[in-house]
Design a protein around this ligand. Structure first.
Ligand SMILES: [Zn+2]
Length: 346
């Protein structure tokens, strides 16, 4: 009888209890896995829906650099602004809204990179960047910007600017995985300049001399500035008090040396030799890419291009976009050996 009970117990254990135990474990495992999968799917859907929502709203989650301190140079007020909202104000101040979208997108990436570079290399004690184009980067309030546009173009212009910023959200230009010092200017006169010829220093490997076709189609390409002898002396005297020019001697006003890009490196004004960059500043010329001629007691400077000539030319960017270049093509043209990356990935 005892044996029968033992056999019966073994039978029950083998055929009922063990299978139940194992089947329970298998079931648990399967259940866990299926729940995990389901949960992962839900997370993925949630991520997608968050991403879609963010894309629709044009919002990008910056791990850092999401906000910055903007100095309003006229009032001295420092305002905390969101990076991409700030960039709409910058792009609309820096580039005409009727430029090609790809040029505006290139400008947005360049301005974002320039801003982040400035956050990391502060020029001002109490802020990251200021709104003065001659110091940091141009900025205009949305209200002022809209008011200066023709009324029927206001909405579409602003939407185009926002699209340029939102389509490139998070994108920056890097060299060796660091945001670059992304200089830009209005018109290169067909060829850009290296920074050493403008500000001295050692330069940057990504800022080289490059040629761009099509810039002569823009009004910023060519200009002239004419001075009387007294006007010229007066302007040069603000820096060179002892200046003396013999206007009867054609050799007394003479370009002595050009940079590799064809800009004036040194020019002789009588008893002084002055750099092209300083001449531009003293005489208010549009660039240091000029020729000089004298006629009828007047001195005329024929100038090519507008701005310092370093980095991206804005009219060059638009000319390239008109020929089918994308924003990234434009960036790779003006900045050597760089990459366009998501700022959260560097
Ligand atoms: Zn500044």
């Amino acid at each position: 009888m005892k044996k029968i009970v033992i056999y019966f117990s073994c039978f029950v254990l083998i055929f009922f209890i063990f299978p139940m135990l194992f089947s329970k474990r298998d079931k648990d495992v399967i259940t866990d896995t299926s729940e995990q999968l389901q949960s992962q799917e839900e997370n993925t859907n949630q991520d997608l829906s968050n991403k879609e929502q963010a894309e629709n709203q044009g919002e990008y989650e910056y791990k850092q650099y999401g906000t910055l301190q903007l100095l309003h140079s006229k009032t001295g007020e420092v305002e905390t602004v969101k990076l991409d909202e700030y960039l709409c104000n910058v792009v609309s101040a820096e580039m005409p809204a009727d430029y090609e979208l790809e040029a505006l997108k290139a400008q947005a990436i360049v301005a974002r990179t320039y801003t982040i570079y400035k956050i990391n290399h502060k020029k001002h004690d109490n802020s990251d960047i200021c709104d003065d184009s001659t110091c940091c980067q141009a900025w205009i309030s949305k209200e002022d910007r809209l008011a200066r546009w023709q009324e029927d173009l206001r909405e579409s212009n602003w939407e185009k600017i926002e699209k340029a910023v939102n389509d490139t959200e998070g994108k920056v230009i890097t060299y060796e995985n660091e945001p670059i010092n992304a200089f830009f200017h209005s018109n290169s006169g067909g060829i850009t300049e290296v920074p050493i010829n403008v500000w001295g220093g050692s330069g940057y490997p990504y800022l080289q001399v490059v040629e761009t076709a099509g810039e002569d189609a823009y009004s910023q390409y060519a200009s002239e500035a004419t001075f009387t002898q007294d006007e010229l002396i007066g302007k040069l005297k603000t820096k060179y008090e002892d200046i003396s020019i013999d206007f009867s001697n054609t050799e007394d006003i003479k370009i002595l040396e050009y940079t590799d890009s064809g800009r004036v490196k040194t020019i002789k004004f009588g008893n002084n030799e002055i750099s092209g960059v300083e001449t531009r500043s003293l005489l208010g010329l549009r660039s240091a890419n000029f020729e000089v001629a004298q006629s009828d007691g007047k001195i005329t400077f024929s100038v090519k291009g507008y701005g310092h000539g370093v980095g991206m030319s804005q009219t060059g960017a638009d000319a390239m976009a008109k020929q089918g270049s994308t924003a990234e093509d434009i960036i790779h043209h003006f900045y050597a050996g760089v990459e366009v990356k998501d700022v959260n990935e560097i």
